[in-house]
Design a protein around this ligand. Sequence first.
Ligand code: DGT
Ligand code: CA
Ligand code: ZN
Length: 580
Amino acid sequence: MVLNDKSAVVKALRDMGLLKQIKGENSFKTRAYEIAAERIAGVSDDIGELVSKGKLTELPGIGESMAAKITELVTTGKIAALEELRAEFPPAMLELLQVPELGPKKAKILHEQLQVGSIDQLEAACKAQRVRGLKGFGQKTEEKLLAAIEVARRSSSGSRRRLSQVLPKAQKLLAQIKTAPGVVRASLGGSVRRMRETVADVDLIVSAADPGPIFKQLTAMSEVAQVLGQGESKASVRLYDADGDLQVDLRVLPDEDFATALHHFTGSKAHHIRLRSLAIERGLKISEWGVHRGEEKLKITTEDDIYALLDMDPVPPELREDWGEIEAALEHRLPKDLITEQDVVGNVHAHTTWSDGRNSLEEMARTAQAMGLKYLTVTEHSQTAGYAGGLKEEDLKRQWDEIDAVNEKLKGFTLLKGVESDILEDGRLDYPDSFLSKLDVVICSIHQRHSQNEEQMTKRMLAAFDNPFFMIWGHPTGRLLLKREPAPMRMEQILDKAAERGITIEVNGSPERLDLSAEHVRLALQRKLKLVVSTDAHSVSELHDHLPYAVGTARKGWARKGDILNARPVKDFKAGLRLH
Ligand code: DGT
Ligand code: CA
Ligand code: ZN
């Protein structure tokens, strides 16, 4: 079995049906592919098993020839007929059908008459007013298509969203679901629960004796734009908001199945694949439906029970990616004390009205104190950051007076004097050492010249680390999720030098950044680098709102409490920042 992947089968069948439609084959034939795709998507059986046991044709709507194609795909990895069909069209042909106004019939005409084979080409053709001349199109259609292209572009990058565009909404849905009558347990699942930086949809898992009232609660919510389907144990709805569509899948099961279902729908798929083969070695079978030894269904009350059966450490959801957690859990060396929000005692990286923040020093300090924190580092933008109200030396000195005054007023709380210094093109910082030496905290970040190539960027960072006052490397790669790629740089080499120099690395929780990424956090920790989980707060609300993303990303990169400097009291935090 080469490709035991249901979603790949569903996609292949759909693509085949659509391409045949674009070719103009009769709708009876093309419809058969759609039906088969839907049928496969709807069955809960393992696709590999259906194939190997020859049970495909038992499914209504799947005949011999369809079954043969599916078998071909699963056993060889492709369908020859589909490959031939694809070769007849430009590679991005099907992308065109994501444009809401555009069906296969119109796509066929556009392709045949204007050689349009992608969204970009369609846009160019519309702008050049070449589409209006086609039979059945016209100027109105052209305008509609241009608007529809915008929608398609938004929703295709929106087919994944930043975690922050989904998590708060998902938590709100979960809270509302929990108020439905009969709910025993309820949790988020999927990539949202695993704190992936981008997510495709929301998975909710609930236990209750009767799913009816829970489905009713969901489908009646005002946020729900459309009910996509409802079965015995699953309901899917589509929400619509400023970011476009968002699908929510809700599963409701009897409580005895909750833990295994939650585990299944939390994923990741890669983690499950490993776990399932380990189970088989031990004479067990783990599936969506539970854990079985032969015919016997084992009693599983919590997710931890599943790992215990395999003699593994329990694996926290954020770690379930097959990034080495399986091996570590088997050898009982999984980190037990991953950083939590409660561990964090100081806020790092805050901007106030002194630069481009929206709240005063005192407001920021009081909010941080009310959150139970003991200190906050004030790190305004530096003098070259004119666009963000960057401060000159004299400005910062005046700010220190205000910081001293606020510190006098607040008991048990300290504002630390700092700055977020730009790392200039050649790696210099933008204040003289004599000034930097007076600060408690120096965060150094790249805000300009992201366009340098890998060699230049790597050199820039290596040079910057030579500065003895370079304390924290702020939002290291400069990426903006789904907007700007990370700056190219040789991260491992740079982190090696950071470790040599005793530099602290920021895990920036600003939701568009999540920078370092979880993968890079792993690399940093392998070098025993210390980290801060930061908010980069520009307002009092961001002090609250950004922390979960920083902590979640650090956890996903296996960071423990001991790795995080701002989980330490102020004295130790300051001592940890000092260079060597
Ligand atoms: P996403 O939605 O792309 O951000 O990522 P996930 O991980 O939330 O993926 P999703 O929503 O398709 O499925 C949720 C979980 O359900 C997934 O993490 C593992 C489980 N799952 C879904 N499809 C399969 C499958 O074909 N095989 C296995 N073993 N597990 C699956
Ligand atoms: Ca999901
Ligand atoms: Zn910044």
